[in-house]
Design a binder for this molecule. Structure first.
Ligand code: NAD
Length: 472
């Protein structure tokens, strides 16, 4: 069925798909606790029973190392699903709130109501979990189901093995009258975007984010945009350098070889400290990936030749080609690209003006570490920002003055794995958030309900508005 849809999915097919799912939603089926919990358990079972196939699909799409596939996709998706199963009753419960004198006597509550039929468009880098993995696709789906919606998932065509595995598995494990996968690229996504949805959740780049938002505006459809940007890491000098270097490497090259939305995009440190930092990065890189990283089994490859050419162009720019202090090796046939560090790249170079989304790490230097906050704030707001320091005041100033979707002090990317934290961007890095309870809320309408009785009816609120009533 997935193959069939891929070949001939057009506006008419999209319209009839939405109609079918809307019929299911209107029947009330997806709203019950029992339906939601059974679908969530089926997704858990699906991931459990298909672990090997998921690892293999991720290997085909990205040569993702097995351990990375387990940690960043399979175990995170399972954790997300288990949390939803455990907390669903609590999340669905109306929240009692205070009332005011104006409504006395009354009671009030906030009721979480499913939105209807929602569309989730995901990116290729974490195709499972959510927007940056094949598994990445499943995280918002889990939220949409937990909130009681019917849902269409459009995985990325750039990770085809994962996309087709997801389509096949979801067709087999979940209720197809309410949960569907549409495979395809721009034509299929455009056909889907013409339809009226009750929410669109998009993960990917800002250019397409704008297309999604414009399409949604026609139907007044709310959107969540999970975009990217240049996420900085500021490195102070009074730190445990070895640990910091390992954590930077893990967040950069240990996450899809830099093809992750929250991978550190560039580093800011002082002129004096840069040489020490570079030495530490080189030393730990060699320990992790060996003397010839192109041969390493622990580094993902670049996803395809277009992205390979894009990364190469960033490095071959005349303004930066003499700034490489480590790496630079690549092999176009295998799409392997070595971890590469550059020092003091100019502000107007391509690499400092585009999201790198690959294995290149420029370091820019400042006189005082505090100056780095102005550098960050002079650019568009990033999805993540990192700081390595032991100075309490510096940590506080960073949190207070730097605007970013999320931040981690003394590590990288790990905020993503805490479901108690909302995950999402701000400004150019997107808006709206998800993960854990935030995913449930992202796909719910918060309905305000006020309960009154017939007793205590105050005459003062009704006309005629006599002077006596005005004085009350
Ligand atoms: P992509 O190329 O897979 O595109 C994303 C989705 O948009 C796909 O499903 C694709 O089919 C669709 N699409 C592409 N062109 C389209 C068009 N013209 N009209 C309609 N739909 C279209 O992924 P990408 O954009 O290369 O992903 C990388 C970007 O995503 C980076 O900027 C990264 O930072 C960001 N990202 C963000 C997150 C997050 O959670 N915030 C996660 C992963 C990736």
């Amino acid at each position: 069925m997935a193959d069939e849809m891929k070949k001939k999915f057009d506006s008419d097919s999209a319209a009839s798909l939405v109609k079918e799912l809307r019929r299911t939603f209107t029947s009330g089926k997806t709203k019950s606790y029992e339906w939601r919990i059974s679908q969530l358990k089926n997704i858990l079972k699906m991931v459990d029973e298909n672990e090997k196939q998921i690892v293999e699909a991720l290997r085909k799409d990205l040569s993702k190392p097995e351990l990375e596939a387990f940690v960043s996709e399979i175990s995170m998706t399972k954790a997300s699903c288990k949390l939803a199963v455990k907390e669903l009753r609590h999340w669905m419960k109306p929240e009692k709130v205070k009332t005011s004198m104006t409504t006395f006597p009354s009671s009030a509550e906030i009721v979480s109501e499913p939105l209807g039929v929602v569309l989730i468009i995901s990116a290729w880098n974490y195709p499972i979990l959510s927007s940056f993995s094949p598994v990445l696709s499943l995280d918002p789906v889990i939220g949409a189901i937990a909130a009681g919606n019917a849902v269409v998932l459009k995985p990325s065509e750039i990770s085809p093995a994962t996309s087709s595995l997801l389509a096949k598995c979801l067709e087999e494990y979940v209720d197809n009258s309410a949960i569907r996968v549409v495979e395809g690229a721009v034509a299929e996504t455009s056909a889907l975007l013409e339809q009226k949805w009750d929410k669109i959740f998009y993960t990917g780049n800002g250019r397409v984010g704008r297309i999604v938002m414009a399409a949604a505006a026609k139907h007044l459809t709310p959107v969540i945009l999970e975009l990217g940007g240049k996420s900085p890491a500021v490195v102070d000098s009074n730190i445990n350098l070895k640990v910091a270097a390992r954590r930077i490497i893990s967040g950069k090259w240990g996450c899809n070889n830099g093809q992750a939305c929250i991978a550190p995009d560039y580093i800011i440190t002082t002129k004096a400290y840069a040489p020490k930092l570079i030495d530490a990065l080189k030393c730990e890189l060699e320990k992790f990936f060996g003397k010839d990283p192109l041969e390493s089994k622990d580094l993902s490859r670049i996803v395809n030749s277009n992205h390979f050419a894009r990364v190469r162009k960033l490095l071959d720019d005349d303004k930066v080609s003499d700034k490489i202090v480590h790496g630079g090796q690549r092999d176009e046939t295998s799409l392997k690209f070595a971890p590469t560090i550059l020092l003091d790249v100019p502000n107007d170079s391509l690499i400092m003006n585009e999201e790198i989304f690959g294995p290149l790490l420029p370091i820019i230097t400042v006189d005082k570490v505090e100056d780095s906050f102005d550098v960050i704030n002079s650019r568009t707001k990033p999805l993540a920002a990192y700081l390595f320091t032991n100075e309490k005041e510096l940590k506080e100033e960073f949190v207070r003055t730097v605007s970013a979707g999320g931040m981690v002090i003394n590590d990288t990317v790990l905020h993503l794995s805490n479901p108690a934290l909302p995950f999402g961007g701000v400004g150019e890095s997107g808006f709206g958030s998800y993960h854990g309870r935030f995913s449930f809320d992202a796909f719910s309408h918060k309905k305000a309900v006020l309960y009154r009785r017939f007793v205590g009816d105050a005459a003062a609120r009704y006309p005629p508005y006599t002077p006596k009533k005005l004085r009350l």
